[in-house]
Write a protein that binds this ligand. Structure first.
Ligand code: G3P
Length: 217
């Protein structure tokens, strides 16, 4: 499973890239606004750092406006993927943009049939928001499982990006069900490293090593 970082924070991206585990980055208007920086400044910095796909979201709500924005965004880098909201206008835009060779990521997916429409329109990616579905007492991961089943029934090439990830269990279940990509906040990626028995085990090894009379270096 590919791991994307769901952030626009350049320091987080730099640190995670050092681990060699980040395959791409996803942003949205909220994440950009959290940086307190200008859109173009922050996005250009991200694109310099990241080789894999970087999702940048349009803010227009009509197809024409989305297409115009997407064309401009795609000029910022070859790895730009344009995030388009799951609306009738959005789906129209996806069809046009994919026809022009501009990769799209249909965002704000909350049902398997929304994902089906996006795949039929030729979207490169769909982003089901699992955490926000859980927030309304439904099961976000069930939606992902259903999308996976539909896509494999018809051999759609659209890749699933599990988004709105809140904790390591979302990552575990995404990997178990074979989601192509899981995009997660930096905090969740850090949590994946952790296990208390790893810390206890390492501490004990280092203490015992101190008792060895002759050490090689
Ligand atoms: O990038 C879209 C998605 O991951 C948003 O997550 O936590 O705002 O629901 P969240």
């Amino acid at each position: 499973m590919k791991i994307f970082l769901d952030t626009a924070n350049v320091d987080e991206i730099k640190e995670a890239l050092e681990w060699g585990l980040v395959d791409g980055v996803t942003t949205n208007p909220t994440l950009i606004s959290k940086t307190g920086r200008g859109f173009e400044e922050v996005v250009r910095e991200i694109l310099e750092l990241v080789e894999g796909p970087v999702s940048l979201e349009v803010v227009s709500t009509d197809a024409e406006g989305m297409i115009r924005e997407a064309r401009r965004l795609s000029e910022l880098g070859e790895n730009v993927v344009v995030k388009i909201p799951m609306t009738e206008e959005g789906i129209k835009a996806v069809k046009v943009l994919e026809g022009e060779g501009i990769a799209t990521n249909v965002t704000l997916i909350f049902s398997p049939t929304q994902a089906l429409l996006a795949a039929k329109a030729g979207a490169s990616y769909v982003s089901p928001f699992v955490g926000r579905i859980d927030d309304i007492s439904w099961d976000g991961l069930t939606i992902v499982r259903e999308i996976r089943e539909i896509f494999s029934n018809y051999e759609y090439q659209t890749q699933i990006i599990v988004a709105s990830v809140r904790h390591p269990k979302h990552v575990l279940e995404s990997a178990k069900m074979g989601a192509h990509i899981c995009t997660m906040p930096f905090k969740v990626l850090k949590q994946l490293f952790k296990h208390p028995l790893t810390d206890v085990g390492l501490k004990r090894f280092l203490e015992d090593w101190e008792k060895v009379p002759q050490k090689p270096f």
